[in-house]
Ligand binder design. Sequence first.
Ligand SMILES: *Cc1c(COP(=O)(O)O)cnc(C)c1O
Length: 365
Amino acid sequence: MRATRALIHLDRFRRNIETVRGSVGSRLICVPVKAGAYGHGALPMAGAALEAGAGYLAVATAGEGTELREGGVTAPILLLSVPLIEEIPQLVSGRLIPLAADREFAAALAAAAEREGIRLPVHLKVDTGMGRIGCRPEEAAELGRYIQSLKSLEYAGTATHLAVSDSTAGEDIRYTRQQLARFREAVESLKQAGVDPGVVHAANTGGVVFHEESWFDMVRPGILLYGYAPAESALQTEPVMELVSRITFIKKVRKGESVSYGRTWTAPGDRIIATIPLGYGDGFPRALSGNHQVYIRGRPYPLAGRICMDQCMIDLGTGTDIGRWEEVTVFGGTAPGAGHVAGRLGTIPYEITCNINKRVPRVYV
Ligand SMILES: *Cc1c(COP(=O)(O)O)cnc(C)c1O
């Protein structure tokens, strides 16, 4: 196996699920495993999640759902994004649970389910302020009745999604409360219309950590379970992914000599420089050039020069007993996690772990 690997700490993932379980009590936990479980590997994380007591999984595409079914997953799988009409047969044969938010899509689902000779569970998605997919709250009852009237569909749940639940700014807290109020009204209107709202769910990570009133029957925390909670959260979890590599080359450079493309780094004195086989071709962001520290034996060392496609260099200082083939932690584990990396780039940890690509083997520990 190559030197660069993403260690996936399943024990931490299980503990993170237990942490959420300790908070939300008997509610169902839906574990999003979309985008290859945020880069951690969909099938192994799905298996670990179900073992740890998850009741549902969630994916973003019919293909992701199919992959889980082919891997032997029998648990309920929510399909969070709206697929194309031509993808419906695939989601039906995979017995995925789509989120429906309009008549056209619901009718197409019903037709496909009828052809397959099944009754397909469907959740209604209500847009209470995310502005992505969903019906307007005031349309929920009518749409719910319509779905209920379609014999090949089973009205099984009602969902919404929160836009700023991970923020503790006053205005954002008010916005989330307003979303939840609209959602409760929509659920109430369904009941009034004689539609059992089924499994009611709204909470992403922000909802789980900051808004107990968003928990309803099921919660859908993603990034929290992969180890990243908002800083102000009382509920903290451990990073599951640890990106590691090993030193494959080591050398002395003299004062004034440059390292890597563009010659952005010049040795301020005689230095020892190590090379590791990790680059932007692995999904390690090139924008971290000159702005990241790796950890060796628990101590930080800065990158030297630009990150290349397949390699990058580390400044080990003026004298060191660190040798070739030694283990390097890039993030997670003994090094700060992907949240720290994300902060330096003005992005979010989701993007950092998702982008570590297929060239990096996942090693489950
Ligand atoms: C991705 C996603 C989640 C999980 O979000 P996190 O911020 O990772 O907790 C929950 N619900 C929906 C609809 C999503 O798309």
